[in-house]
Design a binder for this molecule. Structure first.
Ligand SMILES: [Zn+2]
Length: 266
């Protein structure tokens, strides 16, 4: 029992430290997410964010999944964000719910694994870009945010032009005399501006280069990506209480490769 005022605060500090530590181990980045707009906790607002990535699979081999989302304006977050349970051969609770709830969106997502080399933030219009970093728990050093991610491509929203651009690289465009090309043969820079609710993402193609050997060696199999998505967006099976999924393969979302020296210019 803590009675002394300093001990009370010490207890709070201890809990905060535990929360921070747990957050570092439990939170695993899975998707490429470009955030713009006001940041909380006194951090400056991000007016721009960009990421440099390399696709790891051909576009037509990406995983196609039906996903359900429901955004709550009052809570300012997704209250439903899950893969349709039919994708895992189960009856889906959200499909049922969507018959009466018109706010539930059901869409197809193409899940494309990519290597994220690095991300940058821009804190004022036309201002400098800063490489986003985090502190590595083992070495206690600041390293760029990087590693295996999933780029979720859809036919609507801010990501649609990104899908269109990547589709054009993959399929070519006879009207513009663009030949089809392996999307794994070049790096892409995704640059995001605007606000979180109204953002625009532009795609810049870099010149073709050989994929870094370490990235090539770490190309994930379909099971890994499947498990990453299901863990991040657990399906809601009808008639069952939602439970946290346990991935059958080790998650690689937070497992960065040591290719810092070869971050492309962006
Ligand atoms: Zn469903």
């Amino acid at each position: 029992m803590v009675t002394d005022v300093n001990d009370v605060l010490a207890a709070m500090d201890e809990e905060k430290q535990q929360l921070d530590e747990n957050r570092g181990t439990i939170w695993k980045p899975v998707f490429v997410q470009l955030r713009v707009g006001a940041k909380k906790n006194g951090q400056p607002a991000t007016v721009g964010q960009k990421a440099v990535i390399r696709a790891l699979w051909p576009l037509n081999e990406a995983l196609l999944m039906t996903v359900h989302t429901k955004f709550s304006n009052s809570e300012n977050k997704y209250v439903i964000n899950s893969v349709c349970a039919q994708e895992v051969g189960k009856p889906c609770a959200v499909c049922e719910q969507s018959k009466t709830d018109g706010d539930i969106k059901t869409q197809k997502s193409l899940m494309l694994p990519v290597h994220l080399y690095a991300m940058k933030d821009q804190f004022e219009n036309n201002g400098d870009w800063f490489v986003l970093k985090y502190t590595d728990k083992e070495t206690n050093q600041e390293v760029p945010v990087r590693g295996l991610r999933i780029l979720e491509l859809q036919n609507s929203g801010a990501i649609e032009p990104v899908f269109r651009s990547i589709r054009k690289i993959h399929s070519g465009d006879p009207d513009e005399d663009v030949k089809p090309r392996d999307i794994r043969s070049l790096d892409l820079v995704l640059e995001c501006h605007g606000t979180q609710k109204k953002k625009s993402i532009a795609v810049e193609k870099k010149d073709p280069t050989t994929m870094h050997p370490e990235i090539r060696a770490a190309i994930p199999g379909r099971d890994v990506i499947w498990d990453m998505v299901l863990e991040a967006r657990p399906p809601q099976v009808a008639g069952k209480v939602a439970t946290t999924q346990t991935a059958s393969a080790p998650l690689q979302g937070g497992n960065p490769l040591d290719v810092v020296e070869s971050i492309p210019d962006f």
